[in-house]
Ligand binder design. Structure first.
Ligand code: ADP
Length: 454
């Protein structure tokens, strides 16, 4: 959790950015929606005015005619009504029937649709009638049968329909006021098309910002990982350097001892020990120097054509001598005199590192096997052991600089976490690669592949 703490501001910034984008797109959408309604509303009004010039009924002529007869029927019926409950049902029935006739038996919608089409606007529209009030005109008394409640009116105004016109008309048997709305089909699609550029830009900027965020986070985590590996390395290195140094210090003190001063054999033995430890110290320092050199300059190899089988046999002979009876070593080569372009020194270091690790990370008596063969123009070298193995999750890290597989904080065997890093660098410098196949507790197979010349 701690390592993500520094990322909180970035996360907050990203969230604010996303919310900002959503807000902008929403505002643009609402604005476009308003403009859309205004455009269709004003075009409709313009159309109705033109229509009114030659049709005084605004296209509701048929409906009014039918409603006049209907109103008469209702007036007769209304005289028989006594209680208010019945009259409420009666009023609703009138309103529904009036709405139905006004919606279905009119020609205004058809006319508007043609008008829109001529102007290149969307012609698919649906009419909606909202009655404000209906007064049935009885000769005996004027009866108001329907007055829309305020809440219902508010509801109508808030939906997506566009108010076109409020019609008021007085016929023989009724007086009416109603609003004529239209619903334009594909309204959302049309608006979406209009704001598509903004939408695309917004999505694009979101993708770019997210990509930058992910890249920053990745490099941050990588930095963190490297820094902890470096700390591990420094601890290991200090330990590695301290061991020969303390041996030399103790040996130096021993030489001053009275009992040793006269003992020539002991002096030579101690001097040899000091020599051996100094050599080891020197090797360690050289290794570190070399690594830092690699970091600064491009890795340079001096390659020449070499008979690989001969070279590998040299390396394995040396290894066998060094290993002695401590390990069971077997080998098998099917190289048919293959030649490769290699730097002898680095190539030797690479194979030695793998062979030494095979012994170092073993349990009981190490069984080490070295194999080499040619395959599709490549030389494949395998170092096989029956050691402690490497879990799948660790396998991807072991070639990293300073990386060591640890059990808790304690490393069972000494090392700086540089051996396999070297192996990978050397293989790549030879245009090759290195891989591992291993199972924890079952042993490992390291496979180096480099291109052959002949
Ligand atoms: P070092 O040996 O100094 O730790 P290396 O780079 O050679 O560094 O190896 C990195 C890690 O990979 C080691 O710490 C060890 O855990 C693991 N490893 C390398 N070779 C083997 C092997 N043959 N078997 C099991 N584990 C291995």
């Amino acid at each position: 959790m701690q390592k993500f703490k520094n990322l909180v501001p970035v996360f907050v910034a990203l969230t604010i950015f996303i919310l900002g984008q959503i807000y902008i797109v929403r505002q643009v959408w609402m604005q476009k929606d308003e403009v859309f309604s205004l455009r269709y509303g004003s075009v409709s009004k313009e159309a109705i005015e033109t229509f009114a010039a030659y049709d005084s009924y605004y296209g509701f002529k048929e409906a009014y005619y039918l409603l006049d007869n209907l109103a008469l029927l209702y007036i007769q019926k209304s005289r028989a009504l006594l209680n208010t409950e019945d009259s409420a049902i009666f009023a609703r029935d009138i309103r529904e029937n009036f709405t139905k006739y006004l919606t279905e038996d009119q020609r205004l919608s058809e006319y508007l649709s043609k008008y829109f089409d001529k102007l290149g606007l969307e012609k698919k529209i649906k009419p909606l009638i909202y009655v404000n009030y209906i007064d049935l005109i009885d000769i005996q008394e004027n009866i108001r049968v329907y007055k829309a409640p305020l809440s219902e009116l508010k509801k109508q105004q808030s939906n997506t329909s566009i108010l076109v016109y409020t019609f008021n008309s007085e016929e023989n048997n009724f007086k009416i006021s109603f609003d004529y709305y239209i619903d334009v089909a594909n309204k959302e699609k049309i608006i979406l098309r209009e704001i598509s550029l903004i939408l695309i830009l917004s999505i694009l900027s979101f993708i770019i910002i997210s990509a930058i965020y992910i890249a920053t986070m990745k490099s941050y985590l990588e930095e963190k990982r490297l820094s902890s590996l470096k700390t591990d390395f420094i601890n290991n290195m200090t330990h590695e350097l301290k061991t020969p140094l303390s041996t030399i210090t103790v040996a130096g003190k021993t030489l001053k001892h009275d009992s040793v001063i006269g003992d020539k054999k002991k002096i030579i033995e101690t001097a040899n020990l000091i020599g051996k430890q100094s050599l080891h110290l020197n090797e360690l320092i050289n290794l570190i120097l070399e690594i830092s050199m690699w970091e600064r300059t491009q890795f340079q190899v001096e390659r020449k054509n070499v008979n690989i089988e001969e070279l590998i046999k040299d390396i394995s002979d040396n290894f066998k001598n060094g290993c002695g009876s401590e390990c069971n070593f077997t080998e098998e080569y099917k190289l048919n005199g293959a030649i490769a372009d290699v730097d002898i020194l680095y190539f030797t270091t690479m194979i030695n590192n793998l062979l030494n690790n095979a012994v170092k990370y073993s349990k009981n008596t190490p069984e080490v096997r070295l194999e080499a063969h040619t395959e599709n123009g490549d030389i494949i070298i395998k170092v096989i052991d029956n050691g402690i193995g490497i879990s799948r999750s660790e396998q991807k890290n072991i070639f990293d600089k300073f990386y060591r597989v640890s059990t808790g904080n304690i490393h069972q065997s000494k090392g700086l976490g540089l051996g396999l890093y070297y192996v990978k660098k050397i293989a790549e410098a030879h245009d090759g690669s290195v891989g591992v196949s291993s199972k924890k507790g079952k042993g490992s197979v390291f496979i180096v592949s480099i291109p052959k010349t002949i």
